[in-house]
Design a binder for this molecule. Structure first.
Ligand SMILES: [Zn+2]
Length: 261
Protein backbone atom coordinates (compact mmCIF):
# COMPACT_ATOMS: atom_id res chain seq x y z
CA UNK A 1 0.00 0.00 0.00
CA UNK A 2 1.17 3.45 -0.73
CA UNK A 3 -0.60 6.55 0.41
CA UNK A 4 0.30 10.05 -0.63
CA UNK A 5 -0.85 13.16 1.12
CA UNK A 6 -1.26 16.19 -1.01
CA UNK A 7 -0.83 19.67 0.33
CA UNK A 8 -0.13 22.88 -1.44
CA UNK A 9 0.25 26.46 -0.43
CA UNK A 10 0.76 29.58 -2.43
CA UNK A 11 2.10 32.47 -0.37
CA UNK A 12 1.00 35.89 -1.59
CA UNK A 13 1.97 39.53 -1.25
CA UNK A 14 4.98 39.31 0.99
CA UNK A 15 8.49 40.62 1.20
CA UNK A 16 9.59 37.33 2.70
CA UNK A 17 8.47 35.22 -0.25
CA UNK A 18 10.64 37.29 -2.58
CA UNK A 19 13.74 35.98 -0.85
CA UNK A 20 15.82 33.28 -2.45
CA UNK A 21 15.18 29.97 -0.65
CA UNK A 22 17.96 29.14 1.75
CA UNK A 23 20.20 26.17 1.03
CA UNK A 24 20.07 23.08 3.21
CA UNK A 25 21.73 23.57 6.54
CA UNK A 26 22.74 20.97 9.04
CA UNK A 27 20.69 21.13 12.23
CA UNK A 28 22.52 22.30 15.34
CA UNK A 29 21.81 20.21 18.38
CA UNK A 30 21.93 21.58 21.94
CA UNK A 31 25.56 20.41 22.27
CA UNK A 32 26.42 22.53 19.23
CA UNK A 33 27.32 19.63 16.91
CA UNK A 34 25.81 19.59 13.41
CA UNK A 35 23.65 16.64 12.40
CA UNK A 36 22.16 15.57 9.12
CA UNK A 37 18.45 16.62 9.05
CA UNK A 38 17.28 13.25 7.65
CA UNK A 39 19.17 11.32 10.31
CA UNK A 40 17.87 13.57 13.08
CA UNK A 41 14.28 13.35 11.80
CA UNK A 42 14.47 9.57 11.60
CA UNK A 43 15.86 9.30 15.10
CA UNK A 44 13.16 11.61 16.53
CA UNK A 45 10.36 9.69 14.77
CA UNK A 46 11.75 6.33 15.93
CA UNK A 47 11.96 7.73 19.46
CA UNK A 48 8.23 8.52 19.22
CA UNK A 49 7.40 4.98 18.11
CA UNK A 50 7.66 4.98 14.30
CA UNK A 51 7.80 1.34 13.11
CA UNK A 52 10.99 0.31 11.28
CA UNK A 53 11.35 0.84 7.53
CA UNK A 54 14.13 -0.61 5.35
CA UNK A 55 14.57 2.80 3.72
CA UNK A 56 14.01 6.22 5.27
CA UNK A 57 14.17 9.10 2.79
CA UNK A 58 13.55 12.82 3.00
CA UNK A 59 12.60 15.21 0.18
CA UNK A 60 11.64 18.83 -0.38
CA UNK A 61 8.66 18.37 -2.66
CA UNK A 62 5.93 20.47 -1.06
CA UNK A 63 3.15 18.67 -2.98
CA UNK A 64 3.53 15.32 -1.24
CA UNK A 65 4.37 15.55 2.43
CA UNK A 66 4.43 11.86 3.32
CA UNK A 67 4.27 8.53 1.54
CA UNK A 68 5.21 5.02 2.58
CA UNK A 69 5.10 1.32 1.88
CA UNK A 70 4.81 -0.56 5.19
CA UNK A 71 8.10 -2.05 6.32
CA UNK A 72 9.88 -1.11 3.11
CA UNK A 73 10.19 2.57 2.52
CA UNK A 74 9.03 5.89 3.92
CA UNK A 75 9.47 9.28 2.25
CA UNK A 76 8.83 12.39 4.26
CA UNK A 77 9.33 16.13 3.82
CA UNK A 78 12.65 17.17 5.31
CA UNK A 79 11.16 20.29 6.90
CA UNK A 80 9.47 18.15 9.57
CA UNK A 81 12.84 18.13 11.29
CA UNK A 82 11.84 21.61 12.50
CA UNK A 83 8.50 20.42 13.91
CA UNK A 84 7.74 20.13 17.61
CA UNK A 85 7.17 16.65 19.10
CA UNK A 86 3.32 16.77 18.98
CA UNK A 87 3.50 17.19 15.18
CA UNK A 88 5.93 14.28 14.78
CA UNK A 89 3.79 12.22 17.14
CA UNK A 90 0.84 12.85 14.78
CA UNK A 91 2.91 11.48 11.88
CA UNK A 92 3.74 8.34 13.86
CA UNK A 93 0.09 7.81 14.79
CA UNK A 94 -0.94 8.41 11.18
CA UNK A 95 1.42 5.75 9.90
CA UNK A 96 0.39 3.27 12.61
CA UNK A 97 -3.38 3.91 12.42
CA UNK A 98 -5.54 1.16 11.01
CA UNK A 99 -8.77 3.12 10.82
CA UNK A 100 -9.59 5.97 8.49
CA UNK A 101 -11.24 7.96 11.28
CA UNK A 102 -8.12 7.80 13.45
CA UNK A 103 -6.04 8.97 10.50
CA UNK A 104 -8.24 11.96 9.72
CA UNK A 105 -7.74 13.48 13.17
CA UNK A 106 -3.95 13.32 13.20
CA UNK A 107 -3.57 14.13 9.50
CA UNK A 108 -4.80 17.64 10.19
CA UNK A 109 -2.16 18.11 12.88
CA UNK A 110 0.87 17.42 10.76
CA UNK A 111 -0.43 18.97 7.53
CA UNK A 112 -0.94 22.22 9.47
CA UNK A 113 2.79 22.40 10.15
CA UNK A 114 4.55 24.47 7.42
CA UNK A 115 7.31 21.95 6.71
CA UNK A 116 8.32 23.63 3.44
CA UNK A 117 9.27 26.77 5.38
CA UNK A 118 11.84 24.75 7.34
CA UNK A 119 13.25 23.16 4.17
CA UNK A 120 12.17 25.17 1.09
CA UNK A 121 11.98 23.51 -2.31
CA UNK A 122 14.63 24.75 -4.79
CA UNK A 123 12.04 26.49 -6.95
CA UNK A 124 8.75 27.82 -5.72
CA UNK A 125 5.81 27.51 -8.10
CA UNK A 126 4.18 30.74 -6.94
CA UNK A 127 5.52 34.19 -7.71
CA UNK A 128 4.86 36.78 -5.02
CA UNK A 129 2.64 39.75 -5.79
CA UNK A 130 4.38 43.09 -6.05
CA UNK A 131 5.02 44.92 -2.79
CA UNK A 132 5.12 48.72 -2.96
CA UNK A 133 8.37 50.49 -2.09
CA UNK A 134 6.63 52.33 0.76
CA UNK A 135 5.49 49.05 2.32
CA UNK A 136 8.85 47.29 2.19
CA UNK A 137 10.39 48.78 5.37
CA UNK A 138 7.15 48.21 7.29
CA UNK A 139 6.88 44.60 6.16
CA UNK A 140 10.55 44.05 6.95
CA UNK A 141 9.99 45.41 10.47
CA UNK A 142 6.98 43.11 10.89
CA UNK A 143 9.02 40.17 9.64
CA UNK A 144 11.79 40.93 12.16
CA UNK A 145 9.25 41.28 14.96
CA UNK A 146 7.72 37.94 13.99
CA UNK A 147 11.15 36.33 14.12
CA UNK A 148 11.92 37.91 17.51
CA UNK A 149 8.56 36.94 19.07
CA UNK A 150 8.90 33.46 17.63
CA UNK A 151 12.16 33.00 19.54
CA UNK A 152 11.02 34.81 22.68
CA UNK A 153 7.57 33.33 23.13
CA UNK A 154 7.23 30.21 20.96
CA UNK A 155 10.65 28.52 21.24
CA UNK A 156 11.22 29.32 17.56
CA UNK A 157 8.83 26.58 16.39
CA UNK A 158 6.54 28.78 14.27
CA UNK A 159 6.98 28.79 10.49
CA UNK A 160 8.20 31.95 8.72
CA UNK A 161 4.80 32.83 7.40
CA UNK A 162 4.29 35.77 4.98
CA UNK A 163 2.92 38.98 6.50
CA UNK A 164 1.00 41.56 4.50
CA UNK A 165 -0.70 44.89 5.09
CA UNK A 166 -4.36 45.13 4.23
CA UNK A 167 -6.35 48.24 3.41
CA UNK A 168 -9.60 46.27 3.42
CA UNK A 169 -9.92 45.59 7.14
CA UNK A 170 -12.33 48.13 8.59
CA UNK A 171 -13.07 46.79 12.05
CA UNK A 172 -10.58 43.95 12.25
CA UNK A 173 -7.03 44.70 13.37
CA UNK A 174 -5.43 41.57 11.99
CA UNK A 175 -6.19 38.17 10.52
CA UNK A 176 -4.71 34.77 9.88
CA UNK A 177 -5.33 32.88 6.66
CA UNK A 178 -5.54 29.12 6.86
CA UNK A 179 -5.35 26.77 3.93
CA UNK A 180 -8.79 25.18 3.70
CA UNK A 181 -7.53 21.72 2.83
CA UNK A 182 -4.69 21.38 5.31
CA UNK A 183 -5.66 23.87 8.01
CA UNK A 184 -2.15 25.27 7.82
CA UNK A 185 -1.57 29.02 8.27
CA UNK A 186 -0.46 30.64 5.02
CA UNK A 187 -0.40 34.33 5.90
CA UNK A 188 -0.85 36.94 8.62
CA UNK A 189 -2.56 40.19 7.68
CA UNK A 190 -2.29 43.46 9.59
CA UNK A 191 -4.74 46.31 9.05
CA UNK A 192 -3.20 49.43 7.50
CA UNK A 193 -5.76 51.58 9.23
CA UNK A 194 -4.78 50.02 12.58
CA UNK A 195 -1.09 50.82 12.03
CA UNK A 196 -1.86 54.42 11.03
CA UNK A 197 -4.31 55.04 13.84
CA UNK A 198 -2.81 53.07 16.75
CA UNK A 199 0.91 52.92 15.96
CA UNK A 200 3.57 50.26 16.39
CA UNK A 201 3.02 49.61 20.09
CA UNK A 202 -0.53 48.39 19.37
CA UNK A 203 0.46 46.58 16.17
CA UNK A 204 3.01 44.55 18.14
CA UNK A 205 0.18 43.22 20.31
CA UNK A 206 -1.90 42.46 17.24
CA UNK A 207 0.97 40.55 15.66
CA UNK A 208 1.43 38.51 18.84
CA UNK A 209 -2.31 37.86 18.94
CA UNK A 210 -2.23 36.49 15.38
CA UNK A 211 0.91 34.50 16.17
CA UNK A 212 -0.96 32.68 18.96
CA UNK A 213 -3.52 31.67 16.30
CA UNK A 214 -0.65 30.58 14.04
CA UNK A 215 0.70 28.47 16.89
CA UNK A 216 -2.77 26.98 17.54
CA UNK A 217 -3.11 25.98 13.88
CA UNK A 218 0.44 24.68 13.48
CA UNK A 219 0.19 22.51 16.58
CA UNK A 220 -3.23 21.11 15.64
CA UNK A 221 -5.19 22.96 18.32
CA UNK A 222 -8.56 24.58 17.65
CA UNK A 223 -8.08 28.12 16.34
CA UNK A 224 -10.25 30.19 18.63
CA UNK A 225 -10.34 32.64 21.54
CA UNK A 226 -11.00 29.91 24.07
CA UNK A 227 -9.40 29.45 27.45
CA UNK A 228 -6.10 28.21 26.01
CA UNK A 229 -5.87 31.33 23.87
CA UNK A 230 -6.67 33.66 26.76
CA UNK A 231 -4.13 32.02 29.08
CA UNK A 232 -1.48 32.22 26.38
CA UNK A 233 -2.26 35.89 25.67
CA UNK A 234 -2.03 36.79 29.37
CA UNK A 235 1.30 35.03 29.73
CA UNK A 236 2.59 37.13 26.84
CA UNK A 237 1.23 40.26 28.48
CA UNK A 238 -1.32 41.15 25.80
CA UNK A 239 -5.02 41.75 25.94
CA UNK A 240 -6.85 38.77 24.45
CA UNK A 241 -9.07 41.31 22.62
CA UNK A 242 -11.61 38.61 21.88
CA UNK A 243 -14.48 41.03 22.29
CA UNK A 244 -13.30 43.36 19.55
CA UNK A 245 -13.35 40.89 16.74
CA UNK A 246 -14.96 37.58 16.11
CA UNK A 247 -12.86 34.60 15.11
CA UNK A 248 -15.22 34.00 12.20
CA UNK A 249 -13.99 37.18 10.50
CA UNK A 250 -10.44 37.01 11.74
CA UNK A 251 -9.62 33.50 10.59
CA UNK A 252 -9.99 33.22 6.84
CA UNK A 253 -9.94 29.84 5.22
CA UNK A 254 -8.71 29.99 1.66
CA UNK A 255 -7.95 27.58 -1.15
CA UNK A 256 -9.78 24.52 -2.33
CA UNK A 257 -11.97 22.55 0.06
CA UNK A 258 -10.69 19.15 1.22
CA UNK A 259 -11.30 16.34 -1.22
CA UNK A 260 -10.73 18.42 -4.35
CA UNK A 261 -7.30 18.38 -5.96
ZN1 LIG B 1 -7.98 36.28 17.48
Amino acid sequence: MQLDLLADICPVESAATAEVPRPARPVLEPGGSARDPAELLQSRLRGLGLPPFARFETHRNAQVMLSWTPGKRIRIHEGYVGAPDPVLDAIVRFVKATRQSARAAVRRVFLAFPAELHAPSPSRPCSPAAVSAADRPILEQLRQLHELFNQQHFDGVLGQIPIRLSGRMRTRLGEVRLDRASGRPTQIGISRRHLRRDGWEAVRDTLLHEMIHQWQAETGRPVDHGRGFRDHARRLGIEPRAVLQSVRLEIRRTGRPPGTM
